[in-house]
Design a binder for this molecule. Structure first.
Ligand code: NDP
Length: 503
């Protein structure tokens, strides 16, 4: 059970295998979003700390044992990381609940699942293989090496700090890279607990994983700009992602971006209605709607629209708001004060655009199970896809219901958006799931399910939802580069003034 009585916990950050204060000595408060009270002090890093952390990661890559270690030995350390997460799953879950207000039930599911990423990529570490190429020259022996890219910067958002760090860290370590992580200033504590209980105890050499805490412009930007960082893996909003991409391009870094979404959850009239209603609720009210894959546009086929909305409202209005640390709570607080204001402002925008609020539409008061930053599960009907409430990411428990008549129209509406992260399809047809899935422009399509993820399935966005993929075998490619090696076993002759081609 979460202990909220303790005095302010004082954290240090972790650079080069050592616990340290920020170089400036400054700290900032982090809030418990359920109570709205500060509960911990986090080091306020700046340029100096970023430089120390990147230099440590660079030394660990250039001169340290990590990239030179056999991949089998790296895999063993990664399995140790997985075991330590298993051992501390409950503790890590509680800290994330305290720091970002996610439900304890959701967090336990996440922290108990996280080890699988480290087991999976530990198994992949010694299956990274180059190739021998029978090149088109006589007497040549050519091969391709697969090498780790070097120092990677990870920038993560506040909504799922540990899970989203895991998606990056496991493939990066398997590849032999070293890392500097910048968590969101709103939720740094769970990562620092992870460093203390897992990374520091795992046997990883110093400097392989480092953390710099502080706000985006002060810490994130210098990290992305640092000339010794060669790869940036970013998860966050699309506007920040574009800025990160621009800065990274100046020094030709590799970049992967997992960005925002406004995903369509499409319900056809041949669905199993109760399953689809539950899927719609899960799509938008799980994690208080603060997920990139939120099914925030519910597309309902005309014939079932009214009945579906009735059932949806009936289910959503029973959602139990309250303390995220309690197992029975179903909707917790909004994580940050600015996000709380943003959600309420989008509710005003939806009303002013003419959408009809059929549930919620306001903050939840204490007597209703609310706390400091609570918004009631909110449903707008009568939304058309051109409204801002249909086009812009709210990142909260606010659902836009859009009516459609046939499959072509559903697909047109689904794709008529800047984003392309996920999509849901609810139907009993055998043919439709495949044809619709192929026509949807999104990185993930769920059929008769929603919000399912796995370490085995690639995850990422089309369009403004991102670049590159996390999870699955292909994620490791983002942390590797090829080197072509040419060996001439014959004579070195030929015309030295022209390129050596086959002809
Ligand atoms: P932000 O884009 O505001 O922040 C993401 C991270 O970037 C934070 O660590 C932030 O630091 C940092 N940052 C902010 N400004 C800069 C900058 N100029 N240079 C470098 N780093 C910077 O997103 P949120 O934290 O608000 O997260 C919500 C967003 O993340 C939503 O759009 C959501 O869809 C997306 N997201 C995408 C996921 C995906 O996999 N596609 C998964 C989860 C979320 P700080 O917070 O300290 O300012």
């Amino acid at each position: 059970m979460l202990d909220r009585t303790t005095t302010l916990q004082n954290y240090q950050t972790y650079i080069d295998g050592t616990w340290t204060d920020a170089a400036s000595g400054k700290t900032f408060e982090t809030l418990d979003p359920y109570t709205g009270q500060p509960w911990a002090l986090i080091p306020e890093c700046d340029n100096t700390d970023v430089d120390l952390a990147v230099e440590a990661a660079h030394r660990a890559f250039d001169a340290g044992p990590w990239p030179k270690m056999t991949p089998t030995a790296r895999g063993k350390i990664m399995r140790r990381i997985a075991q330590l997460i298993e051992q501390h799953a409950e503790h890590l879950a509680e800290f994330e609940v305290r720091d970002n207000g996610k439900l304890i039930s959701e967090m336990l599911a996440q922290t108990k699942y996280m080890p699988e990423w480290f087991y999976y990529y530990a198994g992949l570490a010694d299956k990274i293989q180059g190739a021998v190429v029978s090149v088109d020259r006589p007497d040549h022996f050519n091969y391709i090496l697969r090498e780790p890219v070097g120092v990677c910067a990870f920038i993560t958002p506040w909504n799922s700090p540990l899970m989203l760090t895991t998606w990056k860290l496991a493939p990066a370590l398997a590849a032999g890279c070293t890392v500097v992580i910048k968590p969101s200033e709103y939720t740094s504590a769970s990562l620092l607990e992870f460093m203390k209980l897992v990374i520091a105890e795992s046997g990883l050499p110093p400097g392989v994983v480092n953390v710099v805490t502080g706000c985006g412009p002060m810490v994130g930007e210098p990290l992305v700009a640092h000339r010794k960082v060669v790869k940036v893996a970013f998860t966050g909003g699309s506007a920040t992602g574009a800025r990160v991409n621009e800065i990274a391009a100046r020094t030709f870094k590799k970049v992967s971006l997992e960005l925002g979404g406004k995903s369509p959850n499409i319900v056809f009239d041949d669905c199993i209605m109760d399953d689809a209603v539950s899927g719609a609720v899960s799509g938008i009210f799980a994690a208080t709607g603060q997920t990139c894959i939120a099914g925030s546009r519910l597309l309902l086929q005309e014939a079932i629209h009214d009945q579906f909305v009735d059932k949806l409202v009936s289910m959503a209005k029973t959602a139990k708001l309250g303390d995220p640390a309690l197992a029975e709570t179903q909707v917790g607080p909004v994580t940050t004060p600015p996000q709380y204001q943003k959600i309420l402002s989008y509710i005003d925008i939806a009303r002013s655009e003419g959408a009809k609020c059929v549930l919620g539409g306001e903050a939840a008061q204490k007597a209703e199970g609310g706390g400091k930053y609570f918004v009631k599960p909110t449903i707008f009907t009568g939304v058309n896809n051109r409204m801002r409430i249909a086009q812009e990411e709210v990142f909260g428990p606010v659902l836009s219901v859009i009516k459609f008549t046939n499959e072509d129209e559903a697909i047109e509406i689904a794709n008529d958006i800047a984003y392309g992260l996920g999509a849901g399809i609810w139907t009993q047809s055998l043919k439709r799931p495949h044809t619709v899935a192929q026509r949807i422009k999104a990185g993930t399509v769920w059929i008769n399910t929603y919000r399912a993820v796995s370490f085995m399935m690639p995850f990422g966005g089309y369009k403004a939802s991102g670049l590159g993929r996390e999870n699955g075998i292909e994620a490791i490619e983002g942390y590797l580069q090829s080197k072509s090696v040419w060996i001439n076993n014959g004579s070195g002759g030929g015309n030295p003034f022209i390129m050596k081609t086959a002809s």
